[in-house]
Design a protein around this ligand. Sequence first.
Ligand SMILES: Nc1ncnc2c1ncn2[C@@H]1O[C@H](COP(=O)(O)OP(=O)(O)O)[C@@H](O)[C@H]1O
Ligand SMILES: [Mg+2]
Length: 508
Amino acid sequence: MKIGFVVGESKPDVINIQSLKPLAIGEYVIVNSNEGEILCLVGKSIIISDAFNDIKNFQEAEESKDLADGNSRDKSFISNLDVLGFLHDLKKGKMILPSIPPFPGTEVKYALTKDLQTIFAQEEKKWVRIGCLLRNKEIEARINLAKLIPRHLAVLAMTGMGKSNLISLIIKKIADVNGTTIIFDYHDEYSGIELKNINSLEAKINPRHLEFEELAEVFEIPDTWAVQRSVLKKAFTLKVKQSKEFWITLKNNIDEIIKDPDEKENKHAAQRVQEKIDLAQVRFGDILDPDTENPISLIKEGYLNIINTGAFSEKQANISLAFYLREILDDRKKATISKKNNQKISKRFHFNSPVFIIVEEAHVFIPKDDKADAKYWMSKIAREGRKFSIGLGIVSQRPKNIDPNVLSQMGSFAIMRLIQPDDQNQIMNSVESVSRDLINQITSLNVGNAILTGQWVNLPAVVEIDEQKDKIVGSDSDPIQEWEMAHKMKNIGNENTQKIIRHDLVDE
Ligand SMILES: Nc1ncnc2c1ncn2[C@@H]1O[C@H](COP(=O)(O)OP(=O)(O)O)[C@@H](O)[C@H]1O
Ligand SMILES: [Mg+2]
C-alpha cells in the first residue's frame, strides 16, 4: 500500500518524502525506485501546518485551528529516510546502496514483516535475541555475538536509560555459549545477576607489582609533592619488592631516610610519606595486599567474573584496572603466539579462549584530554585486542568525556537516550553508519530503547531491549521506599527492645 512519495531534494543515502500520515522514527519503509526496492529507515519525522505557520497570538492560533481542521491539505508530513540498501540484496545479507537517488514522485510503502524477519531475525546460532524492533514488535532484534569479541562494543546513554540492563542481557548470552566475561563493577551493580557460573572477586592491588608512580597514587601522595615522591622512589627498592615482609621493609627504608643525617633536608618529607603509608594501610588494608596471588589467576574461564572495585577511589580503580588489563593482554598474547606456532597449549596460559571485558564508567578510565592509568591499556586493547581475541565493552553516560580515539575503535554501538548536544556530537564523529538525523532523535527514545549499529547488526536498527528481571542495582535508588523501610525496621527494633525490657522486668 502506497504511503507517500519522494519529494524535493534527495541523495543516494538520504531521501525526502511526503506521506499521508506521520511516520515514526525507526520505522522501515520501501522506496520503489526504478533500480529496485530500496529499504530505508525513518530518521526524522516532521509535521508542518500552513495554518499554524507564523502565529503571533492566542486568538490567531484559535482561529487557525478551525481553518486547519477544515482543510485536508493543511498539514504536511515530511520524513527523511536513511537509505539502508536494496531489499533484494539485504535479504541475502549484502548491503548495496543505490548509485543515484530515486526520482521525485517515486512511491513509498511500508516494509513487509516477512522481509524484515528475513533480514533481522537471522537463524544462525551466533545471532541471539536481545529485544524486538521498536516499530515492528513482532520482529525479533538479534545481534551477532561473535562480532563482539574482535570488534568491541560501546553502550552509551544517560543514567537510568538501560545500559546495565543491556549489559546483563549480553552477559547472559555469552554465558549461554560458555564464554568468559570479566566485568569491572564500580558500583556493585551486577552481584545480583542470576547465572550459574559466577565468580565474584574483590579487586586487590598487590603493591609489589606496581611502578613507583602507581604506588604513590595508591598512597594518595599527590604528584605536586615532588620531594615526598622522590623519598618513596628511593625507599621502594627491589629488596622491598622481593621481601617477605613488604610493609616492614618499606617502612624501615623510610625510617632510615628519616634518621640519616645526610638526608636532613628530606626528613620532614619522609615523615609525611610514613604517615601516608600508615593511613593507606588503615584505609585500604583490605585491598592493598602484598601477599595476594597474581589476581588474574583467580579469574575463571567459562565464567562471568565480577571484579568489584567499589571500595576503590577513582585513582585506585584506575591502577587496578590497568594492572588487570596489562596481565590479561600479556597472557592472551603469549597464548595466541604459542597457538600460532603450533605449540601445545600449556598450562602457563591462564586464558586459552577469547575473553570479553566490560568496563562501566568508561569515561573515568579513558578520559578525553586527561591522563589515566588504565587509558594506555584500554587503548592498546581497543587497537590490538582483536588479534588476541579480547573484546572490550565500554559503558558510559558521558560519551563526550571519552577519548575519541578509543571510541572510534569500537565496532558496535548501542546508543540510548542522551540529551546533551556535546554527547551527541561525539557520537556522530565516532559512529560511521548512523545518520545525523537519527542521532538527533535519540532525545526522543524511552527507557530501554536503543539504536543498534555497527558490526553486531546487519543494519542500523531502533529496538526495544528485553528487560531483565533479576536484581541488578540500577543507579536510581528510591529514597522514599528506603526511608519507609528504615522507619519500619526502627519500629520493629523498638518493639523488640520493649518486649525484652518487659520480659526482664517480669524475670526480676
Ligand atoms: N529494556 C528495558 N525495558 C524496560 N525497562 C528497563 C529496560 N532497561 C532498563 N529498564 C528500567 O530502567 C532502570 C534503569 O536501568 P539500568 O540498566 O540500571 O540503567 P543505566 O545502567 O543506564 O543507569 C531499570 O531498573 C529498569 O527498571
Ligand atoms: Mg548502570
